[in-house]
Design a protein around this ligand. Structure first.
Ligand code: ZN
Length: 168
């Protein structure tokens, strides 16, 4: 990776950290509230997710979402990027985006284990949906720092929780 690209990625991450998108809360209900915590780093993410019609399942749309919480720049920038990327998308599109992002992040995730505990295997390249990750590409460099991968994936795991709850 060229240093020019790394500089650009750093700038995008800092921009989202300093000017987080979709910051705030939504009334519950109709929104659902989901909380995630990364004990490795002390990161906390609180999401408020509005879905138009839960009965539509994966065809339902996330009409609005807001982000609260606090933590390191990677966790908060990732949450901001995630919120901008999934707002207005259907649950099916969000699942594809989540799979693509986690696949980008999972390159070194297995090296986090080491105690015999197996995480879900990364999807085979053929199974990874072809989606444009946009600003999320900026987090690609995080895989070089395995302890920070959980910081980057926290918002996405919290979103998955929120969607599960919204659809039940
Ligand atoms: Zn962190």
């Amino acid at each position: 990776m060229s240093s020019g690209l790394e500089d650009l990625y750093r700038e995008i991450i800092l921009d989202h950290y300093r000017s987080p998108r979709n910051r705030g809360e939504l009334p519950v209900p109709p929104a659902v509230r989901a909380e995630g915590f990364n004990p490795l780093c002390g990161d906390e993410i609180v999401l408020y997710v509005n879905v138009d019609d839960p009965s539509k399942g994966d065809a339902a749309t996330v009409t609005d979402l807001r982000v609260g919480g606090q933590g390191c720049s990677i966790s908060q920038a990732s949450a901001s990027m995630m919120s901008a990327a999934v707002k207005g998308k259907t649950i099916a599109q969000i699942r594809d985006l989540t799979t693509a992002f986690k696949s980008m992040m999972s390159i070194h995730e297995s090296s986090l284990g080491g105690d015999g505990e197996e995480e879900d295997p990364a999807p085979e390249p053929a199974e990874v949906p072809q989606v444009d990750l946009g600003d999320l590409e900026a987090l690609r460099g995080v895989v070089k720092f395995p302890v920070r991968i959980k910081c980057a994936t926290l918002a996405w795991n919290t979103l998955a929780q929120g969607i599960d709850e919204a659809l039940t």
